[in-house]
Design a protein around this ligand. Structure first.
Ligand code: TPP
Ligand code: MG
Length: 668
């Protein structure tokens, strides 16, 4: 082993180009060994990344979660080897060279695309193009909001993004860029890997977009540089840091830079270079080392760089220790909601059982939110331009505006996908619990980012109102039918469809307590009666499903329903009992996922052994699990229609009469 002192003197002779070539070599070797992956992008962006990481970014590999670190988002996630190579070179303890050798293998930290939680320092999961840049907008916004609350002493960092042609072609980037430009998120700096190549070939096959002009039109500060001119890149970053607007630095690069025959070609995008081209590349860039070997001096030069971030972190810790904000800041970052939040929700339930409050569950959600938002300031609300339909703003919530980040309500604009991605970024950044609304039907538009909320296990709360044909006149374009099935099929996502004001408050409580999981609150436009017989201190929805109505005798049939159809099931049970002497239990199932998590005995008690009928104004898909072989389903078999809601329920035969008839058919 060479001594540290000796290394230091050797490192002094290491050039930026050597440091960048280490990234190139590690990327091409790892992809070659895995026989899978994307060498072109890391090789093309190695120079930009070297400048960014060696001269600017404040991160500390020995404490990757330090709250005031700069955020780095590799939006072009297919270039994951860029990030893994950097992490190895910077000395992240979970990224030894063995992990690079195990690139893309089962159980390695070096997953095909960067995954949040897999490797230290990966700030967000990327790979679905466009998500990274859009998530970064949420991070940059959260940074400004947290700074507004706790001061620049504690919160003062940048969010850096590397995005490719693909990220900028994706529609979500439009939403994200527009929002960031409008809000003047000046701490957001995006590098565009402008290599004019994607998988099919030159980008001219499919786009004539003037990207710099597009960003300028959205209010960004735009610079264009040669991405292999390191001094030009450094100067651009310096200028970007001083801008009062978000920055795009268009970096003209060569994909697979360094590969003498394949550089510049789409062939380097997503396939190993091959032994011959790798040997030629080594020759071409003057890299005389074996695969996975980085000489000590170059490695040391990289490790030295990490010291800058470490010093920044230590200085920040001292500021925190001396700050009167310390406790509030720590608690916000930990995301701990005070007991007061759950106490007010308990009192809320008590009050409304007594009053038998009949409101739409979207209204109930607004009322619950008023209580929640009064008891904590961690919650940050918003809507994709449907604030007064989703009922997501409550009294006293100030709005976030350009250059004014002290509020806690975000007008996301008509940008469902951008909103969902921004909420991921806010949650990942820390300091806030984001919730945001749109119509349930437009979950489709937000889906890509919602899936990532679930994959990353983030506490993002989706307030999805107008949840069925019950929305009425707007018609089938707005009436979700298949959305519940899709959401329920998504792993690690809680889908709540409360039946009344009490369940709504309970579901809000459960969503807030789900620290490692997103939640979707599926809420009605139409009024729904309060269905509880009595107040219980226990949160009955926490079991996912429970017996809402016990029959007077031995149960002959069980009626299961969610949301607005629970009322119909209750009416059907009464009809069956009074008119036909049939004892029917009603099971309300506000959250399938939580019910699935119960033990088999609990589920058995709730479901009973009598034939079961499910009632839901949505597609049947998924219900058979609960219905069993002998049951029936009353719901939707196709799209809805435009008409007043009561007419639609009659038209589609989702009525207490239809449920009672289905029950009689089953048991006779
Ligand atoms: C939403 C989405 N669509 C498609 C893909 C598949 N895909 C991965 S990389 C890529 C091309 C990206 O081009 P670019 O960003 O220019 O990357 P480069 O080839 O320059 O590395 C595509 C289509 C994806 N990952 N995500
Ligand atoms: Mg490209």
């Amino acid at each position: 082993m060479t001594s540290q002192v000796a290394l230091k003197s050797v490192a002094a002779g290491v050039s930026d180009r050597d440091m960048a070539n280490a990234i190139r070599a590690l990327a091409m070797d790892s992809v070659q060994k895995a026989n899978s992956g994307h060498p072109g992008m890391p090789m093309g962006m190695a120079d930009v990344a070297t400048v960014l990481f060696s001269r600017f970014i404040n991160i500390d590999p020995s404490m990757p979660d330090w709250p005031d670190r700069d955020r780095f988002v590799l939006s072009a996630g297919h270039g994951s080897m860029l990030q893994y190579a950097l992490h190895y070179l910077l000395g992240y303890e979970d990224m030894p060279i063995e992990e690079l050798r195990r690139f893309r293998q089962l159980g390695s930290r070096t997953a095909g695309h960067p995954e949040y939680g897999h490797a230290l320092g990966v700030e967000t999961t990327t790979g679905p193009l466009g998500q990274g840049i859009s998530t970064a907008v949420g991070m940059a916004l959260a940074e400004r909001m947290l700074a507004a609350r706790h001061g620049a002493d504690l919160v003062d960092h940048y969010t850096y993004v590397i995005a490719g042609d693909g990220c900028l072609q994706e529609g979500i980037s439009h939403e994200a860029i527009d929002l960031a430009g409008h809000l003047k998120l000046s701490r957001l700096i995006v590098f565009w890997d402008d290599n004019a190549i994607s998988i099919d070939g030159p980008t001219s096959l499919s786009t004539s977009m003037d990207q710099p002009a597009r960003f300028k039109a959205a209010g960004w500060y735009v610079q264009s540089v040669d991405g292999h001119d390191m001094e030009a890149v450094a100067a651009a970053i310096e200028a970007a840091q001083l801008s009062d607007r978000p920055s795009l630095i268009a970096c003209r690069t060569v994909i697979g830079k360094g590969a003498p025959n394949l550089g510049g070609s789409e062939k380097t995008h997503g396939a190993p270079l091959g032994d011959a081209e790798i040997a030629a590349t080594r020759e071409n860039i003057g890299w005389a080392y074996a695969p996975f070997e980085v000489p000590d001096d170059i490695l040391f030069a990289w490790r030295e760089v990490a010291g800058r971030g470490q010093a920044a972190r230590r200085a920040w810790e001292q500021r925190l220790a001396a700050s009167p904000q310390r406790e509030a800041f720590d608690s916000a970052i930990a995301g701990n909601l005070s007991d007061a939040v759950f106490e007010v929700l308990g009192a809320f339930r008590n009050e409304h059982v007594e009053k038998a409050t009949k409101v739409a569950t979207r209204k109930a959600s607004e009322m619950a939110l008023a209580a929640i938002n009064g008891a904590t300031d961690l919650t940050v609300g918003g809507s994709a331009d449907l604030t007064h339909s989703n009922l997501t703003i409550t009294k006293g919530m100030d709005r976030i505006a350009p250059s004014d980040y002290a509020g806690r309500y975000i007008h996301y604009g008509i940008r469902e996908h951008g909103m969902a991605a921004a909420m991921n970024g806010i949650a990942l950044h820390g300091g806030f619990v984001p919730y945001g609304g749109t119509f349930l039907c437009f979950t489709d538009y937000a889906r890509g980012a919602m899936r990532l909320s679930a994959l990353m296990g983030q506490r993002v709360i989706y307030v999805m109102t107008h949840d069925s044909i019950g929305l009425g006149e707007d018609g089938p374009t707005h009436q979700p039918v298949e959305h519940l099935a899709m959401l329920r099929a998504t792993p690690n996502l809680n889908v709540f469809r409360p039946a009344d004001i009490i369940e709504t408050a309970e579901c809000w409580e459960l969503a807030l307590k789900s620290k490692n999981r997103p939640s979707v609150l599926v809420l009605s436009r139409q009024n729904l009666p309060m269905l509880r017989q009595a107040h219980s201190d226990e949160n009955r929805s926490s079991q996912g499903a429970y017996i809402l109505r016990e029959p007077s005798g031995h149960r002959v049939v069980t009626l299961m329903a969610t949301g607005s159809e629970v009322e119909i099931a209750v009416a059907a049970a009464e009809r069956l009992e009074i008119e036909h002497g049939v004892a029917a239990a009603v099971v309300s199932m506000p959250c399938w996922e939580l019910f699935e998590a119960q033990d088999a005995d609990t589920r058995k008690v709730v479901l009973g052994s009598a034939p079961r009928i499910a009632v839901e104004a949505a597609a049947r898909l998924g219900w058979d699990r609960w219905i069993g072989d002998t049951g029936a389903f009353v719901g939707m078999a196709g799209f809805g229609a435009s008409a007043p809601a009561p007419d639609l329920y009659r038209h589609f035969d989702i009525t207490s009469e239809a449920v009672a008839a289905a029950a009689l058919k089953l048991i006779i």
